[in-house]
Design a protein around this ligand. Structure first.
Ligand SMILES: Cc1cc2nc3c(=O)[nH]c(=O)nc-3n(C[C@H](O)[C@H](O)[C@H](O)COP(=O)(O)O)c2cc1C
Length: 397
């Protein structure tokens, strides 16, 4: 979610300022572009050179002592999100009153982007009515207040007021940057390959790793959706993801068909067996008993089942093909989906088990849109954005 986004990290003067250096590094690691701004007091706790070395650009330290004519408006307009970490009681009071006298408060005032405030202070300061008033005002202004946490404070004290861990702040910043892209949506995703029992030990399976479905589920969760992930593999940990573990195509059909009527969109990315042993052996088949005959029967068509629902969700299917797109185009026209994502699983860097994927979107009218080779995480993010763009009628949510 933060890849390529402009993040302004604003550091005010508390002991927790040293953690801002790590937060800057983490933001860069997830692909954000980071610029920093510091109050005078913060430089008592963290050297500007540290932030400059980590981010590759010097922090803005004041309104008038920079080469930049108007650093606060440049920075405020550049920002996709501002994160004030740590936020002192003093800085919060200036943010709450719009007292634009230093580089942080002026930058925030000169921005229109989401602002995440991560307070850090002693418990007495946090619980003071003046601070409580300022926090209430900031919430009313639309700021996201991240924390504080309870724990060790400066000077050996213990209590409420500790800055959240930078990794937790990072997650909140990611959530704040695209508020509501899928906020309020319910999404169903299927992932992984099904296993069809031959006997209690053996199964017919396929090469799906579940990475693509997991990436889609995570992208939807990060965009604010409540996700039901019906899967045969381990689900990514995210507070918005409810994991439903299944094994066979029949289990998956039951779980998907149960969840589908309640969701806004279903993305069925699992590799479901088309055939299963008609009569799996109750006991383990043994070599000594001779060559077993395994008769196959069709499994339920999960996609078709959802497509046939009276009040069906926006439906995205996946087609793993080898070679030409013709079969996938025919499938997009025949299956009753809104969108089909086709990928050539035989191509290098695409398909089963890889971390990348090269997909083509196909609509029921046969129109195609080929995407370049992307990481599965990027395919997930783009697909979620695509669903929001195609499905969300203006003003509906
Ligand atoms: C050693 C020391 C530690 C401090 N730690 C904090 C703190 O964690 N949180 C806070 O709100 N203020 C803290 N203060 C007070 C602020 O530094 C002071 O209010 C300052 O004016 C804040 O300025 P700024 O918000 O412009 O950075 C501390 C002061 C000292 C001397």
């Amino acid at each position: 979610m933060l890849a390529g986004r402009h993040v302004v990290l604003a550091v005010s003067g508390g002991v927790a300022a040293y953690k801002a250096a790590y937060l800057a590094r983490r933001l860069l690691e997830v692909g954000a572009e980071v610029r920093t701004v510091m109050t005078d007091a913060s430089r008592q706790f963290l050297g500007p050179q540290t932030l400059a070395a980590i981010t590759g650009s010097a922090p803005v330290l004041g309104l008038f002592d920079q080469e930049e004519v108007s650093p606060h408006t440049t920075l405020g307009q550049w920002a996709d999100v501002i994160v004030v970490a740590p936020a002192t009681a003093a800085t919060m009071s200036r943010l709450a009153t719009g007292l634009s006298v230093d580089a942080i408060s002026a930058t925030v005032l000169a921005s229109r982007c989401p602002v995440v405030v991560a307070p850090a202070m002693h418990t007495e300061m946090w619980e003071h009515p003046a601070t409580a008033r300022n926090v209430a005002t900031l919430i009313g202004d639309g700021c996201v207040i991240a924390g504080p946490a309870t724990g060790a404070l400066a000077g050996g004290d213990e209590g409420l007021g500790r800055m959240l861990d930078p990794d937790e702040i990072l997650e909140i910043v990611a959530g704040a940057i695209s508020p509501g892209a899928m906020y309020g949506w319910k999404i169903l995703v299927s992932a992984g390959g099904t296993r069809e029992a031959i006997d209690p030990v053996r199964y017919i399976g396929n090469r799906s790793s579940g990475k693509m479905g997991n990436a889609i589920a995570l992208a939807a969760a990060e965009a604010g959706a409540q996700v039901t992930l019906v899967t045969t593999v381990a689900a990514p940990a995210h507070r918005n993801i409810d994991e439903v573990q299944v094994e066979s195509a029949q289990d998956m059909a039951d779980a998907v068909w149960k969840a589908a009527p309640q969701v806004d969109a279903a993305v069925l990315a699992a590799a479901v067996a088309d055939f299963r042993p008609a009569d799996p052996a109750v006991g383990k088949l043994r070599r000594a008993e001779g060559l077993p005959q395994v008769h196959l029967e069709p499994t339920p068509d999960i996609l078709a089942g959802v497509a046939a629902m009276v009040d069906r969700p926006y439906l995205v299917g996946f087609a793993a093909e080898v070679g030409s797109l013709e079969v996938a185009i025919e499938k997009a026209q025949r299956k009753g989906v809104d969108l089909l994502v086709a990928n050539d699983v035989a191509r290098t860097g695409s398909g089963f088990g890889t971390d990348t994927n090269e997909v083509t979107l196909i609509t029921p009218d046969g129109a195609t849109e080929a995407w370049e080779l992307l990481s599965k995480a990027e395919v997930g993010t783009r697909l979620i954005a695509e669903i929001v763009r195609r499905h969300q009628p203006a003003g509906e949510r």
